[in-house]
Design a protein around this ligand. Structure first.
Ligand code: FAD
Length: 320
């Protein structure tokens, strides 16, 4: 949060990259090579996801440690409550604390595979609010805590026809404020493709009394099927002009990627023009589209990479 605050106070736009744990050892090696190249562009931080249902717990912990201490980038680890009794939560938090990681994205998580509703396990937590409280009560101010926000509403409250009732929307905002009041420093949003919905969400959050930074989660469209899968899963609204632009090129991966870069650039331009100086890129472990968007925005310059490879700098502990 300090890095984001300092950056925005200085009038800079700061950006961050999200990665997920790859399935194979080769994939992990490739990821670190890619991360090295991407980190050379000076993101405020990078984060690593916690596999659905805790499926990647050990790998996520290992990758987070390497990110912080070998890639030497300010690291945030995601942590969910799914299938996690408090002992396991504490183990994860103690491990990253011992490794010098100071940033956690505290999440409830989705229901385990095969269950439609999230059910609190015995000795575990019911929601992200509980996890934020737990972290603050047991770890004081050591961790910078981020929580998730949903500009279009969480999928649980989106109806079959894709709408969210006013009461449910206001409940979501009130609940989000309670996560912040419990100790969260930062909100990162779910992906969206309608920038106006994000801007309205920020304004509604401000009216609700949420004052912390709200960072837009931007997912560049890399391929058509993946885009449909993610937006279907998250029940994301797709503006008609995006559907119209993708329809004729959907079988041409290169054209889809190039449109994704164009769209991501235009979305970010509008977000920045509205006074929001932070961008979070869901990279899906791919570097080209995320970097192309930042390049188009003038936020990175390949001729001025801050550290030539291979580089290593001493761990520099800040809170995001
Ligand atoms: P919560 O904040 O607990 O909220 C879940 C829903 O319940 C919301 O609709 C909320 O309004 C409602 N709710 C809960 N408690 C209350 C209450 N007391 N009163 C009113 N409403 C309540 N999943 C993973 O498995 N691994 C990841 O690494 C991961 N990373 C993510 C990163 C981001 C930025 C985002 C946006 C999502 C991520 N997810 C991840 C998905 C996330 O786990 C799911 O969306 C999950 O269903 C909800 O988690 P949450 O922390 O938002 O839940």
């Amino acid at each position: 949060i300090e890095k984001i605050r300092t950056g925005t106070e200085e009038g800079r736009v700061v950006f961050s990259f999200e990665f997920f744990p790859p399935k194979t050892e080769d994939g992990v090696d490739n990821l670190f090579e890619r991360m090295d190249r991407m980190v050379a562009h000076n993101p405020a931080f990078c984060d690593i996801t916690w596999g659905a249902g805790g499926s990647t717990a050990d790998l996520t912990l290992e990758i987070a440690n390497k990110m912080q201490n070998m890639v030497c980038v300010e690291t945030m680890m995601h942590l969910t409550c799914t299938n996690m009794p408090v002992e396991k939560i504490n183990h994860a938090l103690d491990t990253i604390k011992a490794n010098g990681i100071q940033n956690v994205l505290a999440l409830r998580g989705d229901p385990p595979h095969g269950q439609s509703r999230f059910i609190q396990i015995e000795g575990g937590f019911a929601c992200a609010f509980d996890l934020v409280n737990h972290i603050r009560e047991n770890y004081g101010n050591y961790f910078g805590i981020t929580v998730a926000g949903y500009p279009e509403g969480h999928p649980d409250v989106i109806s079959e026809n894709g709408t969210v009732g006013l009461e449910a929307y206001l409940n979501e905002l009130a609940y989000l404020k309670s996560k912040v009041d419990a100790g969260a420093d930062l909100i990162i949003t779910q992906l969206f493709y309608d920038t106006d919905i994000f801007l309205k969400f920020v304004s509604d959050c401000r009216q609700t009394g949420i004052t912390c930074p709200i960072v837009p989660g931007i997912m560049p469209i890399n391929n058509y099927k993946g885009f449909l899968r993610m937006t279907g899963f998250c029940k994301t609204k797709i503006p008609s002009e995006i559907t119209a632009a993708l329809e004729p090129i959907k079988d041409n991966d290169e054209a889809v990627r190039s449109y994704g870069v164009h769209l991501g650039t235009e979305m970010c331009k509008k977000i920045i023009a509205n006074g929001i100086n932070t961008l979070h890129l869901y990279t899906l472990n791919m570097e080209k589209s995320a970097l192309a968007i930042l390049r188009n925005l003038g936020l990175i310059d390949d001729n001025r990479i801050s550290r030539s490879l291979p580089w290593r700098r001493p761990t520099n502990i800040y809170r995001i």
